[in-house]
Design a protein. Structure first.
Length: 430
């Protein structure tokens, strides 16, 4: 009890406690002497069945000793905690968890009164317990997730991540948390484009595939399902997502793609690979108002090499022809094999040969040395045609057709590229 004498006015309290929303009761000599309607409703009892009862009458068994002890301490001038929780048993038998706030007063006659406010916290505590349980479950799920869970703040800094995230990227948790998420991208500038897509979805999940850089510099591909997080005011507060390591899948996809666009014998682009490159090259030329050159090359009388020396020798002949093309042209030039003995070279504007004669001279130089198969020297004879974008066509098909026609004309007209005669084949051992 307070050393400063407080005085209890029963009539005043009887009238005033009815205006209080929380339950309120007053105790004297260990008995209920006043109670407001809110307390009666909380206890599911009429006031008449509460007043005059012992303060422990409605207390659950596990809490009776605590209530009695703290009451005695206050009556005897002690200062036990003023706020604590107990369980009470309502008139209908339901057990409720309540929070008590207790204040002791002395009346003019020297009697000690306790004025107690009561708030039912059962639902709140159940909700908190459920929330704590959910958080524990969530943490357990995240900790055992076979993928990457991550969360960033509005500034793009990593604020939470699953253990697998650190394992995959090779970081310790304490060094990764707080880092800008962009620092984990293979190219940090890519983060801006990713964030734009996420924000454009306005909170809906977005599917993304991104290349990430590990701590040791290694690269991993991840497939991410991410969404933007907003607070109740609609303000952006960060990004949350789950990522799966798809490095092996991307590797397989690349291998399959290579098989789809590469010629298995020469490892040059095939017709599909050429089409893909030409589409990109012509789109770039349209944007830049530049030129593209397409050179169609056909090996003369290749069938006779196959017929006389066999298909194995013929394959070696094609491989050597391809090797010389690939070795002696610029790395930026695109070389493809689009048929059995047909090749196409694509030169962008910066590598464009000034004239057909100059290109043919260069081609003749790299093909001049004989190729020896099984002690048999062979020459590389070929015909070629050139098409320029946009003069001779604006689509891959138009350019290929034009260059093919020019190649056919050259085959017929250019004496230096006439088919190898039987006597010539005989002289070379064919």
């Amino acid at each position: 009890m307070s050393s400063n004498k407080d005085y209890f006015d029963a009539e005043f309290y009887a009238a005033s406690i009815e205006a209080i929303q929380d339950g309120v009761f007053v105790v004297r000599d260990g008995l209920f002497v006043l109670a407001n309607q809110a307390f009666a409703e909380l206890m599911a009892l009429p006031k008449a069945r509460i007043l005059g009862q012992s303060i422990t009458r409605f207390v659950a068994d596990d809490y009776v000793a605590k209530v009695a002890q703290r009451y005695r301490e206050r009556v005897n001038g002690g200062t036990p905690p003023e706020s604590y929780q107990i369980e009470v048993i309502r008139g209908d038998g339901e057990v409720r968890l309540v929070n008590l706030k207790v204040k002791a007063f002395a009346a003019k006659d020297g009697q000690v009164y306790e004025v107690v406010s009561v708030r039912d916290v059962t639902d709140r505590d159940k909700l908190l317990a459920k929330l704590e349980h959910s958080e524990r479950e969530f943490k357990q799920i995240i900790d055992n997730l076979p993928g990457v869970f991550y969360r960033t703040d509005a500034q793009g800094q990593l604020i939470k991540a699953s253990p697998y995230a650190f394992k995959l990227l090779g970081y310790q948790a304490e060094e990764a948390i707080g880092m800008p998420i962009a620092d984990f991208y293979a190219e940090p500038y890519m983060r801006e484009a990713v964030l734009e897509k996420i924000l454009a979805a306005n909170g809906d999940p977005v599917e993304l595939e991104t290349l990430m850089r590990c701590r040791d510099g290694a690269m991993v591909w991840v497939s991410t399902r991410a969404y933007a997080r907003f607070n109740k005011a609609g303000e952006f507060i960060g990004v949350e997502g789950i990522s799966l390591d798809i490095t092996n899948r991307k590797k397989l996809e690349n291998e399959l793609r290579e098989k789809a666009i590469k010629d298995p014998l020469t490892h040059l682009l095939n017709r599909y690979g050429l089409q893909e490159h030409l589409d990109k090259s012509l789109s770039r030329a349209r944007r830049n108002q530049s030129q593209v050159a397409l050179i169609y090359i056909d090996i003369d009388d290749f069938k006779q090499v196959n017929d006389r020396l066999g298909h194995t020798a013929g394959d070696s002949y094609l491989v050597e022809f391809s090797r010389r093309l690939f070795k002696n042209f610029r790395e930026s030039d695109v070389i493809s094999r689009i048929g059995g003995d047909e090749f196409v070279v694509v030169l962008d504007d910066k590598n464009l040969v000034a004239s057909r004669e100059e290109f043919l001279e260069r081609l003749e130089t790299i093909m001049r040395p004989e190729f020896v198969i099984e002690n048999t020297p062979l020459e590389f004879k070929y015909s070629s045609g050139v098409a320029l974008y946009p003069e001779h066509g604006i689509t891959p098909e138009e350019l290929l057709n034009y260059a093919d026609q020019k190649m056919y004309i050259a085959k017929q007209e250019d004496d230096s590229n006439q088919p190898i005669s039987q006597s010539r084949l005989a002289q070379t051992g064919c």
